[in-house]
Design a protein. Structure first.
Lengths: 456, 310
């Protein structure tokens, strides 16, 4: 018995030693502003692992084209499904200390988070900073941390107004004439009278992106981040108040479907049967509509986002994704070469051809991009009843955007949004109260992560 | 020759008390393959979880971990979200487990009564849900439950009613129904196997004594079930305290945000680790939950052992 106890004690001691070393390793990994160790892209060779999702269903072909153009580099694509799953898997691999990919696809707001922790490479040494003017300003600005690029934008996502013309016609609303949010409100009432809803808003974590985009468009600056100092202002910020007052009106008058959250099964069905008549969402939506709402082919249209002040042309970004090189990569130069190819080189055109909404100005302003006879455009335009979709989207991408900052703990901000803000959509509390609770929750998390947080 | 053996015997007799004090490692030679694996997969993870629960990773410090002592535990005991989740699974356990076990016992008794036709089919079909992965069965039920596009929705259209079984007020019952569907067959099988160990002679004796069917159930079958009841109760309590799959899958199928990030303690731990960058706090939560579950399981076992002594 005594021996058994001694062995237990010894194994516990050994176990804690393992734990100590593991901890020591993760400490040294966490130096912010990770610099690459190999920038020789000209002679880059090797095997790289790439984690990402494949919304255009074309990654295999694009990788094959890259490998053909760059003999000696092989890319192993691992389809990680969704943005959330990818960043979760990356967090896990980083804390495990191994198994992380060389190249990772991330949603724009999460890039800063991984840059802060020193897990992504600063791409300046590869010359990425010189590419700044080649990309649309909206997506590019979101990928900077300490004035250095940490990822290259794959796509951009200017917020657009998609509507189902058949449902709008039935309600006697002309979608083209909706220029301001006041017009939108009047249209919402008419559409509700037909039994449908103008849109869905449930305040879940999946509605977080459209929330940030529309608050951003209203000029909201709820979060200010300066190094380790964070200022959260969600109760007196004028832009945010404009947004909350407007949405509160929609909830109170039962003008939005508050039960259906974005990306749920019921959402796709609602879009497909016309009970959800419009969406304000990123410009990357057409491919999702084509696959998610096939019964409404020919009925959907796209227009510019309604404005808070008539005559203005303010845009905002919803989503967008980017490619980054993970610091632990053993083939950093090859990895950079791959992300450059996909976002800036020949691969960018291939991505655009398969439905990705480009962030590269060259493609946005090319005549091929808006050419209605282009094979890829034809399919989309047919679904949109012959409208030249890319022309409308490209116009939005060139519109000015205000600056907007996400919190460095964006994944938490997204899930906490669902927990706190959804209560306003079930009418337990008002949206203003929900925003206040949300601000406190965000402040609490920031403090527990070691930030100096002020709530205004 | 005989002298030698007697010497040897004497030595042997002397050697016995000496051997008592000397370490005998022969047992450990047989034990070590198990011991190594046991330490690797059992002891080390637990010790490691306890260890990391005394630290905290801080994003603002470049994701460095710092020692915080009992801070995570103090925060946990004041964390309303956590205790709401614990309350929810406790309420779930108190209602769902008895319902499921009574159903399972009734099914086992029915099967064992030998008065039914098609018992083999019945036995397999009630056990089958247990073989379906929880993810799949939850999705099936999710589609059934949908008030807008599911079976419930179709019934509502047909009957002109407005039932919504995924409404936050009854959602836990809906989840309980899924769990009952999944695990009743499994518990039924445990009960049934206990019943089938009863020797036939007991029934013959009862028949000779002129016992009624009800008396046989009460005096012979029920006492036999009691032994396996302790096992099934403990399994079920542990299972429902770890409720995760069903609410996690249903999350995107229920209207709005009825299942939040701290709906059950396990879901809370998952979200703390993967979205709140707080695996240390999640480790503290896991340990507290393990202790709570152990205490309850131990209390149940103690009680059932006492009853069996009677």
């Amino acid at each position: 018995m005594r021996t058994a106890k001694k062995i237990m004690a010894a194994s516990a001691a050994v176990a804690s030693m393992f734990a100590f070393t593991a901890c020591g390793e993760s400490n040294t990994n966490a130096t912010p502003g990770a610099q690459p160790t190999d920038t020789n892209t000209a002679e880059a060779k090797g095997e790289i692992t790439f984690w990402g999702w494949d919304s255009g269903n074309a990654m295999g072909d694009i990788i094959a084209a890259f490998e053909k153009a760059n003999p000696g580099i092989t890319v192993n694509f691992n389809n990680t499904g969704t943005a959330e799953k990818t960043s979760t898997a990356l967090t896990n691999a980083i804390s495990a200390g191994k198994g992380a990919p060389d190249v990772v696809m991330l949603e724009d707001p999460t890039v800063t988070q991984f840059a802060v922790t020193g897990d992504l490479l600063d791409l300046t040494a590869f010359g990425a900073d010189k590419l700044a003017d080649d990309y649309a300003a909206g997506p590019w600005n979101k990928l900077q941390y300490n004035n250095a690029p940490y990822a290259l934008p794959i796509d951009s996502g200017p917020e657009m107004f998609f509507y189902n013309k058949a449902v709008f016609d039935k309600a006697g609303v002309d979608g083209e004439s909706i220029k301001t949010w006041d017009d939108y409100y009047e249209a919402a009432k008419k559409i509700r009278a037909t039994g449908a809803y103008i849109t869905n808003m449930a305040g879940t974590s999946n509605d977080y992106q459209p929330f940030t985009a529309q608050a951003w468009q209203a000029g909201a600056q709820p979060w200010k981040v300066d190094g380790t100092k964070i200022t959260i202002n969600m109760s007196s910020d004028a832009g945010l108040k404009k947004y909350t007052d407007f949405v509160q009106k929609l909830i109170d008058e039962d003008l939005v479907d508050t039960k259906t959250s974005n990306w749920s099964d019921a959402w796709n069905r609602g879009l497909n049967d016309g009970s959800i008549a419009s969406l304000t969402i990123g410009a990357w939506m057409p491919t999702n509509l084509i696959s998610g709402a096939p019964d409404q082919a020919g009925n959907w249209r796209v227009a510019q986002l309604p404005q808070w002040e008539s005559g203005k042309e303010v845009s905002a970004e919803d989503g967008g994704s980017a490619l980054a090189v993970v610091k632990s990569s053993a083939s950093q130069a090859a990895a950079y070469k791959f992300i450059e190819y996909l976002t800036h080189g020949d691969g960018a055109q291939l991505m655009a051809d398969t439905g990705t909404f480009p962030s590269l100005k060259k493609i946005l302003s090319s005549s091929a991009f808006t050419d209605p006879n282009n094979e890829a455009n034809k399919k989309t335009n047919d679904y949109f009843g012959g409208q030249n979709v890319n022309q409308v989207l490209a116009e939005a991408a060139q519109r000015p955007t205000e600056k907007f900052q996400y919190l460095p703990y964006n994944p938490f901000a997204q899930t906490a949004y669902g927990d706190e803000v959804s209560k306003a959509y079930t009418k337990e509390i008002t949206l203003a109260e929900a925003m206040k609770n949300y601000a406190n929750k965000l402040a609490e998390q920031g403090k527990s992560q070691g930030y100096d947080v002020t709530v205004e | 020759m005989s002298q030698q053996t007697s010497v040897a015997r004497d030595r042997g007799a002397d050697a016995i008390p000496v051997n008592k004090h000397r370490r005998d490692w022969r047992g450990w030679k047989f034990m070590w393959p198990f011991a190594v694996i046991f330490v690797l997969v059992f002891i080390i993870p637990i010790v490691y979880a306890v260890y990391i629960s005394f630290f905290k990773r801080k994003l603002a410090l470049g994701n460095r971990t710092v020692f915080v002592g009992f801070d995570n535990y103090i925060r946990l005991f004041q964390d309303q979200q956590f205790w709401q989740g614990v309350g929810r699974v406790a309420a779930f356990t108190v209602i769902q487990v008895p319902v499921m076990l009574v159903l399972a016992a009734l099914m086992a008794l029915a099967l064992d009564s030998m008065k039914l036709h098609g018992t083999k089919f019945f036995r397999i079909s009630t056990f089958l849900p247990y073989a379906v992965p929880a993810v799949v069965s939850t999705m099936i039920w999710g589609f059934v439950y949908g008030a807008k596009y599911g079976l419930v929705g179709s019934l509502n259209d047909l009957l002109g009613t407005h039932f919504d079984v995924l409404d936050p007020s009854v959602l836990l019952v809906a989840i309980g129904n899924i769990n009952t569907w999944e695990f009743t067959g499994y518990n039924m099988l445990i009960f049934y196997s206990a019943l089938s160990t009863i020797p036939h002679s007991l029934y013959e004796a009862a028949a000779i004594d002129g016992a009624t069917e009800w008396q046989i159930v009460r005096r012979i079958k029920m006492p036999e079930l009691r032994g396996s009841l302790a096992i099934t109760v403990i399994f079920s309590i542990v299972g429902s305290f770890q409720l995760f799959n069903e609410p996690q899958i249903l999350k995107t199928m229920v209207p709005g945000n009825a299942i939040n990030t701290s709906y059950t303690p396990n879901i809370y731990a998952y979200n703390l680790s993967f979205t709140a960058n707080d695996s240390n706090y999640a480790a503290a939560l896991a340990i507290v939950m393990a202790v709570i579950t152990m205490i309850i399981a131990y209390a149940v076992q103690l009680k059932s052992m006492k009853e069996q002594m009677k």
